[in-house]
Design a protein around this ligand. Structure first.
Ligand code: ATP
Length: 219
């Protein structure tokens, strides 16, 4: 509302993308259209602090995300977390992005419900909203309940109408995306057992997986 006329809206979706799949892409595209984003950047994590080591190299994960978003503006890739020598903390990413943006530009951090529930374990999590708004994607497998610390944050910061997000940062909104109950874990399992993942990942990503023999059980 208080955005200047030249202000931009940039969305970011971080993840391991091991591999990127239609759940990520459809969510990203829907958010981009819903909010008229100038860019929605997919940001592959380098060494995710909360997760097991990804199953394929950072280089492969990045290559697959690049293939997935080619010719799909405003979706694009931001490789800054892979260029960093230390673990990928979202707060560091937000600070570096903010340094490149104008004061009025909106930065929208897009997270799935499962990721959002884990927010209180993130490094300097209470500062995240100083740098961005948070958009929570409702995910069909959302079984978990938000911890108390998050419920307090939601009471203070959530807006019921996502389109009413105002200013460059500081608020939380929920968005509903077409439910696609697919996960990278499922895709890795299918591939490891020799099954097809066609239609769960873009064809270009599937071609890359096949060409590089990724996720297949070694024999
Ligand atoms: P894994 O199965 O390896 O845990 P994942 O499929 O959950 O992976 P991530 O790379 O961890 O994928 O996810 C990045 C972001 O995308 C997270 O915020 C996550 O909640 C969200 N996300 C992943 N899959 C979906 C989906 N099917 N629908 C909506 N959001 C999703």
């Amino acid at each position: 509302m208080s955005q200047g006329s030249g202000a931009r809206r940039i969305g970011i979706l971080g993840g391991t993308f091991d591999p990127v799949h239609i759940g990520h892409l459809r969510g990203a595209l829907e958010v981009a259209e819903m909010f008229g984003l100038d860019e929605l950047r997919l940001i592959p994590n380098a060494r995710p602090p909360h997760r097991d080591t990804p199953n394929c190299s950072a280089q492969d994960r990045l290559a697959m995300v690049r293939l997935a978003v080619q010719d799909l503006p405003p979706l694009c890739v931001d490789a800054r977390e892979l260029e960093r020598e230390k673990p990928s903390y979202t707060i560091d990413t937000l600070i570096s992005l903010r340094a490149e943006l104008g004061e009025d530009d909106q930065l929208l951090l897009v997270v799935g419900w499962d990721a959002f529930c884990g927010l209180p374990t993130w490094h300097r999590w209470e500062e995240l909203l100083d740098y961005c708004h948070i958009l929570v994607l409702q995910r069909p497998d959302a079984g978990s309940e938000a911890p108390q610390a998050l419920r307090d944050l939601l009471a203070a910061r959530s807006v019921s109408d996502p389109q009413a997000l105002s200013g460059g940062s500081g608020q939380i909104a929920f968005v509903w995306q077409t439910p696609l109950e697919v996960s990278a874990t499922q895709i890795r399992q299918l591939l490891a057992s020799g099954k097809s993942v066609r239609f769960l990942v873009p064809d270009a990503v599937l071609a890359y997986i096949n060409a590089h023999g990724l996720y297949r059980a070694s024999n």
